[in-house]
Design a protein around this ligand. Structure first.
Ligand SMILES: [Zn+2]
Length: 172
């Protein structure tokens, strides 16, 4: 019989018989004696603290493509990764400072987001509608308490659009 456990901190599901602790965030499962609900309530502040601790350990980057105007020709300058500052797990949007251009022929903005934890990188594909008529856009991300991430895009008139939420630690 295998016992699938869900990590109280990062939400990752793993086989508790095979692994002594969560393979993603290394949290050691706490066994609660007696009243489970009551025990869980008492543990809640510790769990929340550990969640924020985990969020602080994440490095989050997004791949962007750079072009440069050479005379009248657009030249591919390659890709680079822009980094987000430390995030919180309260679903608050953290914006990149950079103002980005958008390609007006695309219907969908398709972003590759990297989440680095220790020596592992999780790749997430987040999609939003493209804001075709915007002069520039700003991109933000938010992570909720269950470590699900969404991307939010804002145009120069403060219109917003956002992606669906994706659980971070399923990607690789
Ligand atoms: Zn975990």
């Amino acid at each position: 019989m295998s016992s699938i456990k869900k990590c109280m901190v990062c939400g990752y599901q793993y086989d508790g018989d095979q692994l002594p602790k969560c393979p993603v965030c290394k949290f050691q499962e706490i066994n609660i004696l007696g009243d489970y609900e009551k025990g869980l309530k008492e543990l809640q502040p510790i769990i929340l603290q550990k969640k924020q601790g985990l969020a602080n350990r994440l490095q989050i980057g997004m791949k962007i493509f750079q072009y440069e105007l050479d005379g009248t020709k657009l030249v591919d300058k390659g890709e680079s990764v822009v980094l987000f500052d430390t995030v919180t797990t309260d679903d608050k949007v953290h914006w990149l400072d950079d103002h980005l251009e958008t390609v007006s022929t695309l219907d969908v903005l398709d972003a590759e987001v990297y989440v680095q934890l220790d020596d592992k990188t999780y790749l997430l594909n987040l999609k939003t509608n493209n804001m075709k008529n915007a002069d520039y856009i700003q991109v933000g991300i938010a992570i909720d308490i269950d470590f699900c991430m969404r991307m939010v895009v804002k145009d120069d008139s403060n219109n917003l659009t956002q992606s669906e939420k994706v659980y971070i630690f399923n990607g690789s």
